[in-house]
Write a protein that binds this ligand. Structure first.
Ligand SMILES: C[S@@+](CC[C@H](N)C(=O)[O-])C[C@H]1O[C@@H](n2cnc3c(N)ncnc32)[C@H](O)[C@@H]1O
Length: 248
């Protein structure tokens, strides 16, 4: 942790868009935004972990009023500096597991594995409860997150490398007893390594369904991705949508 911005402080925020370039391609963004705009309908959308506005900006551009919650002022400052990132998009600085925002929403969403930034089961459960309290009856909560990659772990090992190049090594570390994991990065600059580690808690689809149930939400859809392909035993990620009953 650093200066109150969590693991997304100035250093990470400055490089975020470039280092996540795959997630900023029009194809990826437009498909996600299309689904989210449809779910928001005529209502407002709440983004948990709004970051640099990758999704919020194009969604707002489609006419959906968006409000964001984020713990990182550095990330939000990046969004504010972009076209459309001004005061039209409200942002509340705080922890999205507990932070309250005025008004009700037809849609809340938490994309790009960000539910895993909550590192305890209790915090993930609190997040579902917090979202449910912000949804209007019939409103939806969308999560995009990886399926835990445990099938890549040979017996006795707990490390999954996911990037190795002359200038960058990256690996995930898993603790299957606690569901704690971390993504670890070594940037090699002038022959010297700089190490950074971000803690996560991996979470199973069925566990998310139970968290939704505890918060009074029911599963409406689960897809392999934003293009709405079926979720199967081979899926490596999912987009899940839970709904608040229309009579609550
Ligand atoms: C992976 S980035 C995703 C940003 C954006 N949603 C996107 O898709 O590009 C995660 C964001 O969530 C924020 N974040 C992580 N944990 C948080 C928490 N507990 N409360 C509020 N924001 C959090 C980080 O500051 C960061 O901006």
């Amino acid at each position: 942790m650093d200066d109150g911005d969590g693991y997304f402080g100035e250093h990470v925020a400055a490089a975020y868009d470039e280092s996540s370039a795959d997630m900023f391609t029009p194809n990826v963004v437009d498909t996600a935004v299309g689904v989210l705009a449809e779910l928001a309908g005529d209502g407002r959308a709440l983004e948990l972990g709004i970051g640099t506005g990758r999704i919020a900006l194009p969604l707002a551009h489609q006419g959906v009023p968006v409000h964001g919650i984020d713990v990182s002022r550095a990330m939000v400052a990046r969004m504010r500096a972009k076209p459309g990132g001004g005061s039209a998009i409200g942002v509340t600085i705080g922890d999205f597991a507990t932070t309250k925002v005025d008004g009700k929403f037809s849609l809340a969403y938490l994309v790009f594995n960000t539910i895993m930034n909550l590192t305890t089961q209790a915090a993930q459960v609190a997040c579902f409860r917090n979202v449910a309290a912000h949804l209007e009856p019939g409103g939806c909560f969308v999560i995009e997150v990886m399926v835990p990659d445990l099938r890549k772990l040979p017996a006795g090992q707990n490390i999954v490398p996911f990037h190795v190049s002359p200038t960058r090594w990256a690996f995930d570390a898993y603790d299957v007893a606690t569901q704690a994991m971390s993504s670890n990065y070594v940037e090699v600059i002038d022959g010297r390594g700089e190490y950074r580690s971000i803690p996560f808690r991996y979470v199973w689809p069925a566990e998310l369904d139970l968290m939704a149930q505890l918060a009074g939400l029911g599963l409406r859809d689960r897809w392999d991705g934003w293009t709405r392909e079926a979720f199967t035993s081979e899926s490596r990620q999912h987009v899940s949508i839970w709904e608040k009953p229309a009579d609550r």
